[in-house]
Design a binder for this molecule. Structure first.
Ligand code: SAM
Length: 116
């Protein structure tokens, strides 16, 4: 399954990470400062985000405007790998997270048994 970040989502895309310094609380202020042309047409031709972090602003704009082209960057390689995993192969990621959860729970049960 492919995820298209630019497709208008049914329920609106939201950040899936809690990120220190996220800009969620500034969304309304930032939206007010958008050029009138964008507010009227609801279309953003090009969007550049040099510090994507949790992506609060990007996900809000992508859910409420048509973004024709976006360039998203971050210095944090693990963060970019995570976004790529969610975008390119969410089912594999979900399966691996389930596996991780199962192994964790099995480990916890072993610890519990050893201490009871
Ligand atoms: C507070 S978050 C950005 C919040 C986000 N733009 C939002 O909409 O909520 C800051 C991000 O900037 C990234 N960052 C810091 N220095 C950077 C640099 N020199 N180049 C690229 N990314 C950088 C960090 O890795 C972090 O993910």
């Amino acid at each position: 399954m492919q995820v298209d970040l630019f497709q208008k989502p049914k329920y609106g895309a939201k950040p899936f990470l809690k990120w220190a310094g996220g800009k969620k609380q500034l969304i309304a202020d930032i939206e007010n400062m958008l050029p009138e042309k964008i507010k009227k047409k609801g279309v953003i031709d090009q969007y550049f985000e040099p510090f994507i972090g949790g992506g609060a602003i990007f996900f809000y704009l992508a859910s409420n405007y048509e973004i024709k082209e976006a360039f998203l960057y971050d210095i944090n390689k693990e963060l970019i790998l995570t976004y790529n995993a969610v975008k390119n192969d969410p089912e594999k990621l979900i399966n691996e997270l389930h596996e991780l959860e199962e192994n964790f729970l099995k480990g916890m049960m072993k610890i519990e048994k050893n201490f009871s």
